[in-house]
Write a protein that binds this ligand. Structure first.
Ligand code: NAD
Ligand code: MG
Ligand code: ZN
Length: 276
């Protein structure tokens, strides 16, 4: 199967193609979606900070116009990336997710972290370059572990104060320097709920562009301890029976996938597929 969307570093001097516009208010969209004819979009009154050629959708080049601020475009509105994930076409969401990460990274790497001078985009490579330092900065990706801990028919789910009211999810956390994926998982579960785990099994991964996580998903079995929630980070954590689950995370998230796979296995149902 060929993918509809492939990333590429495109020359912004070439005319034509599609473009998406991103401001701090999110992506521009109208009744036809978030992709606009690029030449038309560039004629609008937009505060363009940078332009990036980001890939091909159905063979057509796609560019990102990264804006300093949002502006009114007749017939159009602005919407955050999360809303596109929840509602929109999955391939378009993937284009926007990539655009968001490239836009954020390039915006935050306009100046060299070593000497403070302006950096420039490297032609044909996704990198920012500082000539005096001969330093290249590449897009930032933050590995994060996410794990469903289970105990027979029970699964361990927790709430962060940041979650939508009522929703419980799997435990997650960013890897620290010096850790393996397993070290990180064990530490995070210990820190967040003071539970020990065993039989760690890798389940799959997902890009999570909020703003630049790479989620590595695992299943682990309960090995010991009583739940003690980490102050400020975890509002509540409980063992839930697979027959009696609380409101769960969005269906396109790997958190939901980890839960759905386990529940399907316990109940003898067909297993879901991990959204890319
Ligand atoms: N796709 C999914 O299903 C899913 C589900 C849950 C969490 N997540 C994501 O997993 C990631 C980690 O989860 P968490 O928020 O529980 O992390 P966490 O438990 O490590 O705690 C968050 C804290 O980590 C620190 N932090 C922020 N960015 C960091 C970085 N890049 N490296 C190291 N520390 C950093 C901050 O102090 C932040 O408050 C987040 O991006 C979150 O959105 C994704
Ligand atoms: Mg966490
Ligand atoms: Zn420098």
């Amino acid at each position: 199967m060929t993918s509809r969307w492939t990333t590429a570093v495109l020359d912004t001097d070439q005319p034509g193609g599609w473009a998406v516009a991103r401001s701090p208010e999110g992506f521009l969209f109208d009744d036809n979606g978030a992709l606009f004819p690029r030449e038309w979009l560039k004629r609008q009154d937009l505060a363009i900070l940078a332009e990036h050629g980001i890939g091909h959708l159905d063979g057509e080049p796609v560019y990102l116009l990264e804006l300093r601020s949002h502006s009114e475009v007749p017939g159009c509105q602005w919407k955050g990336l999360r809303a596109f994930m929840l509602e929109g076409d999955h391939t378009v969401y993937k284009v926007l997710a990539y655009a968001a990460q490239i836009g954020t990274w390039a915006r935050e790497h306009r100046y060299c972290g070593n000497c403070g001078q302006a950096m420039s985009q490297v032609p044909r490579e996704r990198a920012m370059y500082c000539q005096p330092c001969d330093l290249r900065s590449y897009p930032r990706i933050s590995p994060s572990m996410i794990v469903l801990v289970t105990r027979g028919d029970e699964i361990l789910l927790a709430r962060s104060p940041r979650f939508v009211s009522g929703v419980y999810s799997t435990l997650a956390g960013f890897a620290e320097p010096g850790e393996s994926a397993e070290d990180c998982l064990i530490r995070e579960v210990r820190e967040e709920v003071r539970i020990e785990v065993r039989n760690i099994q890798y389940m799959g991964s997902q890009c999570w562009p909020f703003p630049h996580s790479m989620m590595l998903g695992f299943h682990a079995e309960y090995a010991g301890g009583e739940i003690v929630c980490q102050e400020d980070e975890i509002e509540d954590a409980q063992w839930f029976n697979v027959h009696e689950l609380p409101p769960l995370p969005a269906s396109r998230s790997i958190a939901r996938y980890l839960i759905d796979v386990y529940v399907a296995r316990r109940l003898g149902h067909a297993e879901p597929v991990l959204p890319g």
